[in-house]
Design a binder for this molecule. Structure first.
Ligand code: HEC
Length: 177
């Protein structure tokens, strides 16, 4: 009886896993990313206008690319966020060549933390209906899909002041103050 339930749970889990990863090219290159992988912006490292982290403990390498004046390829595990609800995470090389191995996330954020609302590759759209990859893919090749302000992407329809106020209003940071 117990064994049967266990097998069924296992099968359901495997089916879920397959469905969730159907869009990716090579699942063996996927780094585990859960709600708990995401931190409040001020707990991350700020580089210029955005914030970075590294899920594999390789923060120095991530910061080095983020700070580079000539671009470069972000290392696996890199987490990049401009506003709390939109995050990019870099999987291992070969995970999904079309997006340079980046996965796009739309998060729901609250004082309780982050919860993943949408995740994936070229199909992910944000809460305003904009396709993440559609915009970020306009960055010139050396910038590894990072838009910044002068990498070739169309500018966001918000002012720098609005971006900063969204950043400082990150609801996840409340508990840490
Ligand atoms: C309308 C085009 C557009 C859409 C849609 C869009 N972005 Fe961006 N994104 C930008 C631009 C432009 C910047 C740079 C803004 C700035 O610093 O002024 C940016 C910044 C970022 C950054 C900081 C690093 C960088 O590229 O400068 C991350 C991370 C990010 N976006 C993730 C996402 C995710 C995830 C989605 C989808 C859920 C998304 N974006 C949707 C255009 C877009």
């Amino acid at each position: 009886m117990l064994k049967k339930t266990f097998t069924r749970t296992l099968l359901a889990g495997a089916a879920l896993l397959l469905a969730g990863q159907a869009m990716t090219a090579d699942n063996s290159k996927q780094i585990e990313v859960t709600d708990a992988s995401f931190d409040c912006l001020t707990a991350m490292t700020q580089v210029g206008e955005y914030f970075v982290d590294n899920l594999l403990g390789n923060l120095d390498a991530t910061v080095a690319v983020a700070q580079s004046a000539t671009g470069g390829k972000f290392p696996p595990g890199s987490v990049v966020s401009l506003i709390p609800s939109e995050v990019m995470v870099k999987h291992q090389e070969g995970w999904n060549p079309e997006t340079n191995d980046w996965e796009f996330f739309e998060l729901k954020v609250s004082p309780e933390g982050s919860s993943i609302a949408v995740r994936g590759t070229t199909e992910v759209v944000n809460s305003r209906g904009g396709n993440c990859f559609g915009c970020h893919n306009l960055a010139r090749a050396e910038w590894d899909l990072i838009c910044g302000t002068d990498h070739g992407c169309a500018p966001l329809p918000v002012t720098r002041e609005q971006i900063r106020s969204i950043q400082s209003g990150d609801p996840r940071c409340v508990r840490e103050n």
